[in-house]
Design a protein around this ligand. Sequence first.
Ligand code: 8ID
Ligand code: ZN
Length: 354
Amino acid sequence: NIPKTQIAAVVPFHGAALEIRKDHPVKQPSELAPGECLVKLSCTGVCHTDLHASNDDWPLHASTPLVGGHEGIGEIVAIGENTGDCPVKIGDRVGIKWLAYSCLNCEQCRNGREQNCPKAKLSGFSVDGTFAQYTVSYVYHVTPIPKNLDSNAAASILCAGVTVYRALKHSHAKIGEWVVLPGAGGGLGHLAVQYAVAMGLRVVAIDTGLEKKKLCLELGAEKWIDFQEEKDIVQAVREACDGEGAHCAVVTTASASGYTQAVDYLRPGGTLMAVGLPGEAKLEASIFFTVFKSINILGSYVGNRQDAVEALEIASRGKVVVRYECKGLSELKNVYDALKQGNIAGRIILEMSK
Ligand code: 8ID
Ligand code: ZN
């Protein structure tokens, strides 16, 4: 009962327009390698990373033809023969995250940095992702979804949630301290507000527009700064944080502009967590003040299997709730246009049944 073809959103080659194809092949159960599983998707989030990949924005290039998407939820419908000791079974509801596969045995994997494994495979970048009715993934890396979390609500935890959860976990920020979130109204940012609040941090949200302002304040941000209206962001952040600057910044903007003043508005000992991924920009920071103020600058890249389990567990207890609007797969092109223009507060979820 597995169809031979499916509907999928495909970028044929770099620079080409996105196509909705009705005859994209489905890898058949008999063709699965050991360790692979076939997942029938019910929904997927759309991350700004998918837009970067589709536009070929980065110094690393997606393989083409590209089926993007890496925030998918679905049911396992087949498992490769001879998989052996298998942590999942047919019928399980699982999540597909950016990191589709890692070897689990190299130095990076052993240290819990599975995402830095030299053999890593990336959903919707180096292997086909979730903008399709079916996708192939890997039994040791798919993430079990808690029973009380519905699929649409779980999807964006698999990338946006995991990423900001891990960045906050490694940020050194402690209960009662100030964290600044440039990009707070976007997909990653609006979840960062909630994970930060759940950790007992005090949030300064930076983004633009009334809709994102309302969202951030509703989710528990104490202060709001509109980056298009505020002339002096450094001064505004300092004032918002007791006149002394923030303890931490987690930057989730897709453009370089969110990074520019971050080192200047951190207080001594503060930490900049770099998360947003503009392709070409350099991080501009005064070396003198980075040293003189004992500033930490850290990169944070998605998360490992344990981060995914933890981020979902917190969401399953209602501490973090994805704000989303549902659309169909055929609307992906419009979603990309809206993301590019900064017009999406929270996330868009594509439902395969729509
Ligand atoms: O592992 C990682 N590090 C990781 C994981 C997932 C995504 C990194 N990302 C990257 C994406 O590739 C993208 O570059 O994080 C970035 C944000 O992804 P997103 O949250 O999916 O994008 P979005 O929904 O468009 O949100 C971005 C927000 O930034 C605001 C926009 O208004 C939008 O709400 N923004 C911008 I653009 N410039 C800003 C500025 N100067 C700004 N907010 C504050 N100050
Ligand atoms: Zn993503």
